[in-house]
Write a protein that binds this ligand. Structure first.
Ligand code: SR1
Ligand code: MG
Length: 417
């Protein structure tokens, strides 16, 4: 499949990946390119090729190459491979601000749009671990701390104005943002021919699209997404964008590592967009658990919303107060009342963006395996519960923005639909 791709740059294949590594000085010592034992293409996302190479000593290396189109759909949907640069630049900056909380970048090849990354074969994609019924405690908190580090460190709070302007200019990412604008905010309500649900969920999708409060709220959310350049957010921080590893090699339990990856959607946007993405995917994980009759697990999954928020809030406060990373860029003007205003705004907006992100995964293109791998009779109820949660979140969020309340609403609706 990979040999026949029509692209204006050379596409890697399992056969050419080893020779490629030899041409990259930055990769010397990362892997023994003279003794590579295996090369596997493991990309399971919607956009890119991903190869993992392992040498005779067990050292691994990941090569991720952007295709000039959307892999999920095929060559008819062209997409800039420059998204790989956005991913590389976000990984570099996020890695400086949140050491160990994102995948380490070894090399970026701007001519062939290839990132060389640390091998995380001893981790699992969080979503697949969740689907297997595993609990990785501490991952939600780690992601909260990651979002806080980025919120503070890439915004005008932590960067001087000139540096922030240059970072923002380089991070303008219109093609990838357009995907989010269309797929997340518009298409669940204005079908562009890419939506699809089970026949039994068609009335639910129709009710959603006819819900004028929901459509109005999504308009406000889209406006915020398109205009509010607060920080260099990840931009696609769902549970499939997080790798987790149990401590001491355990298959579940407390994690000793959780890392965000796949930041090609990174851009200067609202901080709460990343928080809402996490919350939405916790609800989707809970919907799966409820459908499978495991209410205890569903409650645990929903509880991740508060865990992420609390970790985010305390890490953000700590950065503000402790002067981490140089402290506030402008302490004369950025005072405690601004901090409280921002936290209150983001806590509320996480509901709004969470609602947007969970809805698109049920109705639109690019669904999630949590729900899609359920047998249809169970999928129907899970999908309905998620859509109802989204609509209720949008109705309730200005009145009471506590994450615990968001969890309660979701728990009740998932159980009763
Ligand atoms: C056409 S790309 C579809 C989705 O894949 C990515 O993971 C993003 O979530 C995007 O919306
Ligand atoms: Mg992705």
């Amino acid at each position: 499949m990979t040999t026949s791709i029509d692209a204006p740059y050379e596409i890697l294949t399992p056969d050419t990946a080893i020779a490629y590594v030899r041409t990259r000085p930055a990769l010397a010592g990362r892997i023994d390119a003279e003794n590579v034992r295996s090369v596997r293409e493991i990309g399971d996302g919607n956009l890119n090729l991903v190869f993992v190479l392992t040498d005779g000593a067990g050292c691994g290396l990941v090569l991720k190459q952007a295709l000039p189109y959307v892999r999920l759909v095929g060559p008819s949907w062209r997409l800039t491979p420059d998204r790989a640069r956005h991913e590389a630049e976000a990984l570099r900056l996020h890695g400086q601000l949140a050491p160990g909380l994102v995948t380490e970048l070894y090399d970026y090849d701007a001519e062939r749009y290839v990132l060389a990354l640390e091998d995380l074969s001893d981790h699992r994609v969080w979503r697949t671990a969740l689907n297997d019924g595993l609990r990785h405690d501490g991952a939600a908190e780690t992601m909260g701390r990651y979002v806080a580090a980025v919120a503070f460190g890439t915004s005008v709070l932590g960067m001087d104005a000139g540096e922030r302007a240059a970072t923002l200019a380089a991070a303008v990412n219109p093609e990838l943002c357009l995907i989010t604008e269309d797929l997340v905010f518009t298409e669940p309500y204005v079908d562009a021919g890419r939506n699809c649900v089970l026949p039994a969920n068609e009335p639910d999708a129709a009710e959603l699209a006819a819900d004028q409060d929901m459509v109005a709220a999504m308009g406000r959310a889209k406006w915020a997404f398109m205009t509010r350049a607060e920080a260099l957010v990840h931009g696609d921080l769902h549970t499939g964008s997080v790798m987790v590893r149990g401590a001491d090699g355990a298959v579940e339990g407390p994690v000793d590592s959780a890392k965000a990856f796949d930041s090609e959607f990174a851009f200067y946007g609202p901080v709460a967009f990343d928080l809402g993405a996490l919350w939405a995917n916790y609800v989707i994980a809970a919907a799966r658990a409820t459908a499978l009759g495991d209410d205890d697990r569903a409650a645990w999954a929903l509880g991740l919303c508060t865990r992420t928020w609390d970790a985010f809030e305390s890490a953000f406060r700590a950065r503000w107060e402790d002067g981490a990373d140089g402290g506030l860029a402008d302490p004369r003007m950025f005072r405690a009342d601004l901090r409280e205003h921002l936290l209150a705004t983001w806590r509320g907006e996480a509901w709004l963006f969470g609602a947007a992100k969970m809805t698109r995964r049920i109705v639109g293109l690019a669904k999630t395996s949590d729900v899609e791998t359920l047998p249809p009779p169970l999928r129907e109820g899970a999908a309905r519960g998620v859509l109802r949660t989204a609509r209720r979140w949008v109705r309730e969020y200005p009145a009471d923005a506590a994450p615990r309340r968001a969890e309660e609403i979701a728990g009740e609706l998932l159980r009763t639909t």
